[in-house]
Design a protein around this ligand. Structure first.
Ligand code: CIR
Length: 294
């Protein structure tokens, strides 16, 4: 597998060869009507962190970066629903973790970190108001939305520090008749999507590290090689956000940017870069700042 991934990577860099042409279905799959976002809390300095950053978080700058992210979403998604921050929840802007949305069904998380439990209340309220089919995960299941990777065919569930196998079982019960629900162990980093995200419905962007390769290998094995993998040298840069014909990536990772630029050029996808330096310090990235749905 390692060889195949490397080969694909090299092909892209050296030859710019396409091996899968993006279909219109991809643009439809990633076309959203709504983005649910939550403002960044004044208490963001106290957000959970896998390790303390060398330079402390600049909360004012974090707010600016989060604001830019929301403004960017406004350009590509017609309706933005914006929740106010809650000072009691320093991580509340990372709204992706509170829920998983598959068509009209919304699974409300019991988040893996006890400090974050309660953030989901305001989110569930919105989805009930929108008349979605709201289902609450039941204890002892814990789940963070950052561990859920959905491609339309497969629902990959990262079994991580935050999401456990009880959550996998419950998701299998709910979606197992219509989707392949597959558990993927996550041995490093915070979430599955800290290491792998969708470029399109057949192509993943994966971190070039041991954990990223293990995940890619696992996905290849369980799906009988159904997906392509594009590896990027910076783990943080593996978290990209695809919306319709646009790919949002993180600024500041030039080597990864080259790979993603070539890919977008080849597939006629618009590339937009955004700086997330302060959110990264709290292990956040691009997907975690919104819940996107139709
Ligand atoms: C946490 O540890 O829960 C937050 N500081 C970061 C959550 C990032 N969430 C995500 O990528 N889905």
């Amino acid at each position: 597998m390692k060889k195949r991934v490397k080969h694909v990577y090299a092909a892209y860099i050296l030859l710019g060869m396409p091996w899968h042409i993006c279909s219109n279905n991809d643009a439809t799959f990633f076309k959203y009507q709504y983005a649910l976002v939550r403002d960044l809390s004044d208490s963001f300095q106290d957000s959970l962190k896998l390790q303390q950053p060398i330079d402390p978080i600049n909360v004012a700058l974090a707010k600016q970066q989060h604001e830019q992210y929301i403004q960017l979403l406004k350009d590509v998604i017609p309706n933005i629903i914006r929740l106010a921050a809650d000072i009691h929840y320093p991580d509340c802007n990372f709204i992706e973790d509170t829920a998983v949305i598959i068509h009209d069904t919304v699974i409300i998380s019991t988040m893996g970190a006890p400090e974050r439990r309660g953030e989901e209340i305001a989110v569930a309220h919105i989805f009930r108001h929108l008349r979605k089919n709201v289902i609450y995960l039941q204890e002892p299941a814990t789940m963070d939305g950052g561990d859920i990777l959905y491609t339309g065919t497969h629902l990959f569930v990262g079994i991580s520090k935050r999401t456990n196998s009880y959550a996998l079982q419950q998701l299998e019960r709910i979606f197992g008749n219509t989707l392949h629900v597959i558990g993927i162990p996550v041995h490093e980093g915070l979430h599955l999507k800290s290491l792998i995200t969708c470029f399109d419905t057949q192509t993943f962007i994966v971190a070039d590290n041991h954990a990223g390769r293990e995940i890619a290998k696992n996905i290849e094995a369980v799906t009988n090689n159904s997906y392509n993998f594009i590896i990027v040298p910076d783990a943080v840069a593996s978290n990209v956000l695809r919306v319709a014909n646009t790919l949002i990536i993180q600024d500041g990772f030039p080597e990864s940017e080259k790979v993603l630029e070539a890919l977008c050029k080849e597939k006629a996808i618009q590339l937009i870069k955004i700086t997330m330096s302060e959110l990264i310090k709290a292990d956040g990235a691009l997907t975690c700042g919104s819940l996107l749905f139709k």
